[in-house]
Each structure stands twice: as structure tokens, then as C-alpha cells.
Design a protein around this ligand. Structure first.
Ligand SMILES: Nc1ncnc2c1ncn2[C@@H]1O[C@H](COP(=O)(O)OP(=O)(O)OP(=O)(O)O)[C@@H](O)[C@H]1O
Length: 273
């Protein structure tokens, strides 16, 4: 580490997609996050896990350059938040969340939901797109298993189909980092399993961008994810390699209950003891 303007900046900053040092977010009297030190490297796939209100979405908003820390320093894709044009930075980040879902016009065609990401708009605004863009959108729709829905309007899709459309959209710009906020929320068992399988394929693809996935449920962790950060009440419980972090003891600490974590193959399951 070398200090720059009293801030410790790691020497390998160029290899880090996220670097948070001493980060806190405060709203009124509430500490949404406190003392967060966290780094994500280019080839890592992180799951951020914790109970309701732990600060997961707040952390993801920092990573998405949609919020600034109150204290500490956040670097995203090598740029320091507060000293960078966030609109430009956001074009390098794929981000899916319930908020993005709510902004999509229901009459929008699925193909256009995906393709319009390249133009940073919601709602198709051009009569024609480049052939390259059209091809890329078709490829992503196929990867996510929704090519047959390309001409359907977004409002007619099931929850699972919408989630997959949003992931395809967030990959359209070939982002350097993919942020997924509770992608499996609201899905039935089949929908969840299908999404977990698609995300696992992405996670195992060496050409895919760095990924950070927020969830409450260990069952939703796709095989291929490499690291985990456990949060509770705005603070880190523990973080590191997924096999070291995901233990009954750590999970019990994060969720404030006596939990038993079990593995079956490359999946995780948890229940109260
Ligand atoms: N603008 C705000 N003012 C005050 N408190 C806030 C504000 N935004 C969020 N909070 C609180 O901060 C805490 C962390 O919120 P956050 O959405 O990051 O948690 P989370 O871990 O994503 O929760 P969930 O799993 O329920 O989605 C919550 O207690 C929330 O009520």
C-alpha cells in the first residue's frame, strides 16, 4: 500500500475492479455500512450474503457508482468515486436490480430491452440498430435461454424470464463487472434452479466479467462463485474464499441464529439446528 492524500491505495489497483478502504455510509443516525475493507479482482466471482438490512444493497450501489461513501474511499474499475464522471463509469458496469426492472416499459419488446442497453437507454429510441448490436443481443438471448421470447413484450414475461432478460441486458455492453442484486428473488423453485444454472455457466466462463451477487440464501449461490463476503448490521462478519467463509459458524454469526450449513456437490443448503 502507498498513501496518497492520507488514503491507502493498493499498488495493484489496476487489477482490482472494486477496492473499498475504511468505507462507511451514514444516513441520519443510521450506519448503513461501517469499516468495510473489501477488494474484488478481475477474475473473481463474489457472493455478498447477509440478513435483511445488513447493508448488501448499499454496498452494491457503491460498487455500481450509484452512491458515494460517507467515509473512506471506494475505487471502482480503478477510478476513485468522487473524482470520476460516474455516468461514464457506469457504462462499464452491468447492474441488475428490482429498481432497473421497475423502470422498463411493459410494452417494450424483449430484444429491445437487451439491445437498448448499448445506448444507455430504456425504451427503444432508434428505428434501427447496428447489425453488430443485433447479433450481440441475439447471442445473449440464446445464452440466457430466452431467444424464443425476443419478440414478446417485457410486461408479459414471468418473473424468471424477466430476470434472465435483465441479465442479458446488463451483459450487452460487455461490462468489466457484473453486479446482481438478488437475481433469484421471487422465483419459484424451477425458475431459481434455472437461473442458478445460467449464472453458474457465466461464473465458470473465463471470459465473463468479474461478478458480485447479493443474496439472502446460500441455496442461490451458483457453482463457480469463488469468494464470499458476509455482512451483518452494516459490518463485515468475514470475507474471503467461499470454502473458508461459508461455514455453519460464520453463517450463524451473520444471521444471529444457530444455523447448520450443508453442502451437496457444489451447492449449499442451510437450516436452523
Ligand atoms: N436513505 C436511508 N435512510 C436511512 N436508512 C436507510 C436508508 N437506506 C437504507 N437504509 C437502511 O439501511 C439498512 C441497510 O439497507 P440495505 O438495503 O443496504 O440492506 P440489505 O442488506 O440490502 O437488505 P435487504 O436484504 O432487506 O434488501 C437498512 O436497515 C435500511 O433500512
Amino acid at each position: 500500500m502507498s498513501p496518497v492524500n492520507d488514503v491507502a491505495v493498493p499498488e495493484n489497483l489496476a487489477d482490482l475492479v472494486i477496492h473499498a478502504s475504511g468505507v462507511g455510509v451514514r444516513r441520519g443516525r443510521n450506519n448503513l455500512l461501517a469499516d468495510i475493507n473489501w477488494s474484488v479482482e478481475l477474475d473473481e466471482r463474489w457472493v455478498v450474503l447477509g440478513p435483511n438490512g445488513a447493508g448488501k444493497t448499499t454496498l452494491l450501489k457503491l460498487a455500481a457508482a450509484e452512491m458515494h461513501p460517507t467515509t473512506g474511499v471506494v475505487h471502482v474499475l480503478g477510478e476513485r468515486l468522487g473524482r470520476v464522471d460516474v455516468f461514464e463509469l457506469r457504462t462499464r458496469i452491468g447492474f441488475t436490480s428490482a429498481a432497473v426492472n421497475n423502470r422498463i416499459p411493459p410494452e417494450e419488446k424483449v430484444r429491445d430491452v437487451v439491445i437498448s442497453a448499448g445506448y444507455a437507454v430504456l425504451g427503444r429510441w432508434r428505428e434501427s440498430y447496428d447489425e453488430l448490436d443485433t447479433d450481440r443481443a441475439e447471442e445473449l438471448l440464446t445464452t440466457l435461454g430466452i431467444a424464443h421470447l425476443a419478440d414478446r413484450s417485457y410486461g408479459t414475461l414471468s418473473e424468471g424470464e424477466r430476470k434472465r432478460t435483465l441479465i442479458a441486458r446488463s451483459l450487452m455492453t460487455d461490462p468489466e463487472m457484473l453486479l446482481l442484486d438478488e437475481p433469484a428473488a421471487g422465483l419459484d423453485l424451477g425458475g431459481r434452479e434455472d437461473l442458478v444454472a445460467r449464472l453458474s455457466e457465466l461464473a465458470l466462463d473465463p471470459d465473463a466479467p468479474a461478478m458480485v451477487l447479493v443474496t439472502h440464501h446460500v441455496e442461490e449461490i451458483p457453482p463457480g462463485f469463488t469468494h464470499a463476503l458476509l455482512l451483518s448490521e452494516g459490518r463485515e462478519v468475514t470475507s474471503g474464499l467461499i470454502d473458508d467463509v461459508l461455514t455453519s459458524e460464520n453463517l450463524s454469526k451473520a444471521f444471529g441464529q444457530d444455523l447448520l450449513l450443508q453442502r451437496s456437490g457444489d451447492r449449499f443448503f442451510a437450516r436452523r439446528r
